[in-house]
Design a protein around this ligand. Structure first.
Ligand code: GLV
Ligand code: MN
Ligand code: MN
Ligand code: MN
Length: 399
């Protein structure tokens, strides 16, 4: 079976006809279905599967032990996401095991595939939730209280999935198991297309985070309320969208996005009483990222005051620039015959783990350059090249 073929096997799970693409979120029905699919695929390969207390699935080739060579990714998606972001890393890991077995490879070190929960934060709002919990990058009490759009807390969701919410949090035992982590991922830009290469290694990840702007005004009637009598929180909310583009455009390499706006109560003929606006901001370093957010926050506060509204700004998650282990990056690039190294603006569990242990990523060419959308793509041949590269890398690291 090929990596693209395995993606075809799960194409019916979490398909979202309303948004297009896939909506698979941490511990929801479709993600739980994918977990069972992964368990069956791993068991069929003779791997031993366990789920740790943060909901990370581990499939072990040989007995679990410290210092293992670990690969993997995630099975959840953004709302209406593509087929490749996450699952390609998981299917490629399974195929890499097949390739290594076919080569008669005998691991000299323990090998495992890890599948992290809620990498996109599409349900509970915090990206890389599983790896943040494991590494201690998020307070477990705050995490347990995270709430999905239906009001379900993370604590309730993990309990429903058969985990004990009290077990969420830093896991030094699981951390010690990872000697080195390599995540294969579809590229989320056109870097490899421009270089004419099917596979590359990651160099760095932009500093990035998520901020929530909560505006409060006065709910009222859209027809009966004079313009002069309004305190409409949608006006300062709109200024966040405009300020985001303006602020990012003023700083080399910065990006700022408003992808989610929730007015309450959300009626066409209703002036909203509150509006929540989520900002995703990224830049080369901490200083630039914070400068972008500060400029947008100033604009939000000014616009709120002008409209007689209030605003609170909450940092929901943040991570500084990641520079992947240069020695490991160069070692893997050489192992693969000199493939290019690329920076990325996208966040990954590998980026969270990079603060604690040697971590690397392999990217597979994406001809559309599009990601977090249904047009995300990788040619089947490039997926195979990626799985072979991953097998080569695992063989090298676990020799
Ligand atoms: C996750 O994919 C992110 O970069 O937002
Ligand atoms: Mn993603
Ligand atoms: Mn991903
Ligand atoms: Mn990601």
């Amino acid at each position: 079976m090929t990596a693209a073929g395995l993606l075809g096997d799960i194409a019916g799970v979490g398909a979202d006809p309303r948004r297009g693409g896939f909506s698979r979120h941490g511990f929801d029905q479709s993600e739980l279905e994918l977990r069972e699919w992964f368990r069956a695929e791993a068991v069929a390969r003779g791997l031993d599967v366990e789920t740790d207390r943060n909901g990370t699935m581990w499939a072990w080739w040989g007995p679990p032990a410290d210092g293992a060579v670990v690969t993997g990714s995630h099975l959840d998606s953004v709302p209406g996401g593509g087929a490749y972001d996450g699952p390609l890393g998981v299917t490629s890991a399974l195929v890499a095991v097949d390739l290594l077995r076919a080569r008669g490879f005998v691991p000299g070190k323990p090998l495992a595939i890890a599948v992290f929960a809620e990498e996109e934060g599409g349900r509970f709002g915090v990206a890389c939730l599983g790896s943040r919990l494991m590494t201690g990058a998020i307070d477990p009490d705050a995490a347990r209280r995270l709430t999905d759009p239906d009001g379900v807390t993370l604590a309730d969701a993990v309990r429903a999935a058969g985990l004990d919410p009290a077990g969420l949090g830093p896991d030094p035992v699981a951390m010690a198991r990872i000697g080195v982590f390599v995540e294969l991922h579809v590229e989320q830009g056109r870097g490899l297309v421009d270089l004419g290469a099917p596979v590359g290694v990651a160099g760095s990840i932009l500093a990035h985070g998520r901020w929530r702007f909560s505006f409060a005004g006065e709910g009222n009637h859209a027809g009966a309320t004079l313009l002069t009598d309004r305190r409409d929180p949608m006006l300062p909310a709109a200024q966040v969208v405009l300020a985001a583009r303006r602020a990012a455009a003023g700083i080399e390499g910065a990006r700022a996005t408003v992808g989610k706006v929730v007015p309450n109560p959300g009626g066409t003929n209703v002036i909203a009483s509150t509006v929540d606006v989520w900002l995703d901001a990224r830049a080369e370093d901490d200083f630039r990222t914070r400068a972008v957010v500060a400029e947008i926050s100033d604009a939000a506060r000014g616009a709120a005051e002008e409209e007689g509204c209030t605003v609170t700004v909450t940092e929901e998650s943040y991570g500084d620039t990641v520079i992947f282990d240069p020695a490991l990056r160069d070692d893997l690039a050489t192992t693969l015959g000199g493939v290019p190294a690329l920076p990325t603006g996208a966040g990954h569990d590998a980026g969270i783990l990079a603060a604690h242990l040697p971590t690397a990523m392999l990217f597979v060419r994406n001809p559309t350059g599009i990601s977090h959308a249904p047009a995300e793509f990788a040619e089947a041949g490039d997926c195979t090249a990626g799985a072979v590269a991953l097998a080569d890398v695992l063989a090298h690291l676990a020799r």
